[in-house]
Design a protein around this ligand. Structure first.
Ligand code: ADP
Ligand code: ZN
Ligand code: ZN
Length: 683
């Protein structure tokens, strides 16, 4: 039997000395705990290695959730815990957080605790200790930075910091302010106040690409603080050490992506969620949780303030601010630049575009090149063209594993599926009819890049998307060359919209945005608005005024009008009115049951039975029909979904608990997998 190395084992037990029943959460797809025998010292929150599986041969790592004096299992069936990890038990509030998440998202507790643990602990291992910590760094108050180092707060910022700092107990704030309005400065000063009182701060940001810049800013502001960085780009041992530091109370600030919401923080004093509207706070696989929503629960549980910051708050959050559940703080001015960019729509209905660009945009580009200023063209579609097609016989480059087209990537001469990664060479002739005259159709960033290079041969054109910035270091290198002034025209996807300052950028051109206006997903306009606000906000910082040109065939669309007027509130109000009328979130609460199998019929049949079970439960619930998902085949699996909805959150939660219990009992075919997605963001 494989045992963990000696150093990782605190104690091993002799069977006769056992007298406690430990209820252990294990990462298995069953909604239950497992009983083991343990020694008296073992407490809830302990991490244990236990025998599991046929003949008890395998070992699994789990978290002790409760300690009992007896078990429903017959005594001779109970096995003993193999080892207890040498880690202080996780605190009750951490267990309660995991229990809440398990209940709310209808996910087995063992799956939650396993995900909430850092990589090594999850495997029952400990990181090698680097150096013993100086006891003085623990639980000490971090002094406020000397005031001469801080910018003098603008009035609105000062009001924001004062409100957050004065808050007693649970207090949710929405900090709404355009890019550059000084939200980060507000976070930092609110964090400073918490650290000065001896508290810990948790700050969540959407994407790993955002953290290096911010990391530097936080570290520079708090040179005396212990800062733990937590995201998936940090190596396993480092992440585990960070978790243990936070747990021990050594960490003053935890800065990370969504997974950091599960860090144990004994002295937690403040939570900050930057770019709270960002979809990447929602995990889209495995346990589908929203780190933002979990963070709000956590702030409530711990009785601390939480600041949700954004230039374009999610409609859920804005709704809460309007109805008074969250306190709204607004920053209405940019902290440094004088004026926001001028936003204009370019009506393309009666114009023949050249490589997807209007005369107005091309002229604006030329003007920037003459003045040696930077321009950015936004096109939210990577690759050269979305599809390769044969005009003679109608063949198109489809993915054989997905219900999707293979995208033409001319940069590396491949066809590639953006859903499953399948790749193929670019055929010279039509595979069906042999026609040599096959074409890429449509336009992606690579094609735009090529067209711009051809049109402006002396300009330095740089493309930024998930292909060119495929690793954090490539992304850093691209950013560095932008900052060094080595780029005249940037072409890119929404990656470019993320929080970066490009000091010489004065023109943003938006192309291909109309599609999102009429997308089937009711959240598409919200996402588009936020992307365009963000990407527009890149221009015209410092002393150079910015201009945003949006090419559209719907120049009078309210979404574009709101952008022209810089009026988030008007856009949000209109969207909320539509949502209320249609009965969509935040006026309704939703959950999706998704099923996938080799055959679509198998998935739909299962969903049909799940629907029958749901109907029998009754309650204040609307049940929709099982339907194929829009991308109905992915990675050779065919997928269907069933939407359930209620106007009442508690009604939905009560229903989901009862329904999930039944779903585990439904006899699912061997090849079928299902999961629930509570508060789904994508359909
Ligand atoms: P946001 O997070 O809203 O985009 P930041 O906090 O990053 O805004 O502020 C934008 C820029 O303005 C940064 O360079 C920041 O250092 C600067 N800044 C913020 N607040 C002030 C202030 N009160 N005085 C001077 N500069 C400020
Ligand atoms: Zn053909
Ligand atoms: Zn595919």
């Amino acid at each position: 039997m494989q045992l963990p190395p000696k150093s990782e084992v605190k104690s091993r037990f002799m069977p006769q000395a056992l007298d406690l029943v430990l209820q252990v959460a294990l990462d298995v797809p069953l909604p239950r705990l497992f009983d083991y025998l343990g020694s008296p010292g073992t407490m809830p929150g302990s991490i244990v290695r236990v025998p599991f599986g046929a003949a008890g041969k395998g070992l699994k790592t789990g978290v002790v959730v409760a300690v009992a004096s007896s078990s429903a299992q017959p005594a001779d069936k109970l096995k003993a815990v193999e080892a207890v990890l040498d880690v202080p038990p996780l605190p009750p509030d951490w267990l309660a957080l995991c229990e809440f998440v398990s209940r709310y998202y209808q996910h087995p507790l063992g799956g939650v605790t396993s995900m909430a643990l850092p990589p090594l602990l999850r495997q029952g291992k400990l990181p090698r200790r680097t150096k013993a910590r100086d006891a003085s760094t623990a639980a000490g108050a971090v002094p406020l930075p000397p005031t001469f180092l801080l910018p003098t707060l603008l009035d609105e910022q000062a009001v924001a910091v004062a409100a957050i700092t004065a808050a007693q107990g649970f207090a949710p704030f929405l900090l709404h302010g355009i890019t550059g309005s000084g939200k980060t400065e507000v976070y930092l000063q609110a964090i400073a106040a918490v650290l000065a009182r001896g508290g810990q701060a948790l700050m969540l940001v959407p994407e790993i690409a955002l953290t290096p810049q911010l990391e530097g800013r936080v570290a520079a502001r708090f040179p005396q603080a212990t800062i733990v960085i937590a995201h998936s780009g940090v190596a396993d041992a480092g992440r585990t050490r960070g978790f243990l530091d936070a747990h021990a109370g050594h960490a003053d600030i935890v800065l990370g992506t969504r997974l950091a919401v599960f860090m144990p923080l004994p002295r937690l004093g403040l939570i900050v969620i930057d770019e709270e509207h960002d979809g990447s706070f929602k995990q889209q696989e495995g346990m589908r949780y929203s780190a933002r929503d979990v963070a709000v629960f956590r702030a409530k549980q711990r009785g601390v303030p939480i600041v949700l910051g954004s230039a374009t708050p999610s409609l859920e959050t804005f709704h809460h601010a309007r109805n008074g559940r969250y306190r709204l703080i607004e920053l209405t001015r940019r902290a440094v630049a004088e004026a926001p960019p001028v936003v204009r729509v370019v009506d393309t209905r009666r114009e023949k575009l050249q490589d997807g660009m209007s005369a107005a945009l091309l002229k604006a580009l030329e003007a920037r090149l003459e003045k040696a200023e930077q321009s950015l063209i936004f096109l939210n579609r990577r690759g050269y063209a979305p599809v390769l097609a044969c005009p003679a016989c109608g063949w198109i480059s489809g993915c054989r594993r997905c219900a999707a087209n293979l995208v033409v990537h001319l940069a590396d001469k491949r066809l590639r599926c953006h859903h499953c990664g399948l790749e193929a060479g670019i055929p010279r002739a039509c595979p069906d009819c042999g026609n040599l005259d096959i074409h890429p159709f449509g336009r992606g960033t690579q094609r735009l890049e090529a067209a711009l290079s051809e049109r402006f041969p002396t300009a330095r054109v740089l493309r930024i998307d998930r292909d060119s910035a495929s690793t954090p270091s490539k992304w850093q290198a691209l950013l560095a060359s932008i900052h060094a002034g080595e780029v005249d025209i940037l072409v890119g996807t929404q990656m470019l919209a993320k929080g970066h300052d490009f000091p010489r950028l004065t023109l943003v051109g938006v192309t291909g945005a109309d599609a999102a206006l009429f997308a089937a997903d009711f959240r598409a306009p919200e996402r588009l608005f936020s992307q365009l606000m963000q990407v527009g906000g890149r221009s015209g910082r410092a002393d150079l005024p910015g201009e945003v040109l949006i090419q559209t065939e719907h120049p009078d669309h309210p979404l574009y009008r709101a952008l022209v007027d810089h009026d988030y509130a008007a856009f949000a109000a209109a969207q909320l009115a539509e949502r209320e009328q249609a009965g969509f979130p935040p006026y309704a609460f939703q959950a999706l049951l998704r099923a996938e199998a080799k055959q679509l019929d198998t998935a739909l049949e299962f969903l049909g039975r799940a629907r029958e079970a749901a109907a029998a439960l009754g309650g204040d619930i609307a049940l929709y029909d099982p339907v194929p998902m829009r991308l109905f085949r992915k990675m050779t699996l065919e997928r269907g979904q069933l939407l359930v909805e209620s106007a009442s959150r508690p009604a939905l939660q009560g229903f989901l608990a009862a329904w999930t219990a039944q779903l585990y009992e439904l006899k699912a075919p061997r090849d079928l997998r299902w999961h629930l997605d509570v508060d789904p963001l994508e359909f």
